[in-house]
Structure formats: structure tokens, C-alpha cells
Design a binder for this molecule. Structure first.
Ligand code: TYC
Length: 115
């Protein structure tokens, strides 16, 4: 059986003891969303611009114009957030980018941090 709750998250009508049982009803059920993680790409002096554009298109589903603009932001500012994901998805994106860069012998760095 599930307890029907309204949008306030209230299970009962008040915070007092339930009739008969004397047990306090749950008035603020825990509904925390899972944390999100930012995936960041870092600038370096050696990775070709076209390679970074390709990475952004391939792993972050950006079109060419979006990828080019974001690559230029990283190039100028040193780093940029390229997406926000659940822990598992962010971890996978970082691993995919790092593996792809390594296989092409580019020093491109990709990291994640909690939002
Ligand atoms: N700075 C690099 C260059 O001039 C290009 C570059 C952009 C490298 C973004 C990494 O995340 C990066 N070739």
C-alpha cells in the first residue's frame, strides 16, 4: 500500500500523534534528488582545435557550430562546462573523452565536479 501525498509532501493532516496509535505521522518525507555533476574540458597548448570540436560533437551531442563555439571558450578561458549529468553518465563521458584523447595521443583533459 502506498500513502497518497499532496504536492507539499504531507502524508498526514498534521504533525501530531495519529489517533489510537500515538505514532507521529511523517510530515516531511525525504525526497532529495540525486546530485548532478558538471563535466569540464580543460585547455592545453597541444591538442588541435579540430580534435576538441570532434570530441564535443561525438560525446556531448553538440552540432558543429555549438562545438566550435564551446571549444573557443575553453581555448580562451582555460576551461568550460560541457554538460551536466548524473554521476554515472558524467563518469562515463569523462572516461570516454580521456580514452579517446589518449588513443590519439593528445593531452586533452576532461574532469567532473559536483554541481
Ligand atoms: N589551445 C589549443 C590550441 O591552441 C586548442 C584547445 C582547445 C585545446 C580546447 C584543448 O580543451 C581544449 N591548439
Amino acid at each position: 500500500m502506498t500513502t497518497r501525498r499532496d504536492e507539499t509532501g504531507m502524508a498526514g493532516d498534521d504533525a501530531g500523534p495519529d489517533d489510537l496509535t500515538g505514532v507521529k505521522t511523517e510530515t516531511r518525507p525525504k525526497t532529495k534528488r540525486p546530485p548532478l555533476y558538471k563535466v569540464l574540458i580543460l585547455n592545453d597548448d597541444y591538442t588541435p582545435m579540430e580534435f576538441v570540436v570532434h570530441v564535443l560533437e561525438r560525446f556531448f551531442n553538440l552540432n558543429h557550430a555549438q562545438a566550435f563555439e564551446l571549444m573557443l571558450t575553453v581555448h580562451k578561458k582555460g576551461l568550460a562546462v560541457v554538460g551536466v549529468f548524473s554521476y554515472e553518465v558524467a563518469e562515463t563521458k569523462v572516461a570516454q573523452v580521456m580514452d579517446f584523447a589518449q588513443r590519439h595521443q593528445h593531452p586533452l583533459q576532461c574532469t567532473m565536479e559536483r554541481e
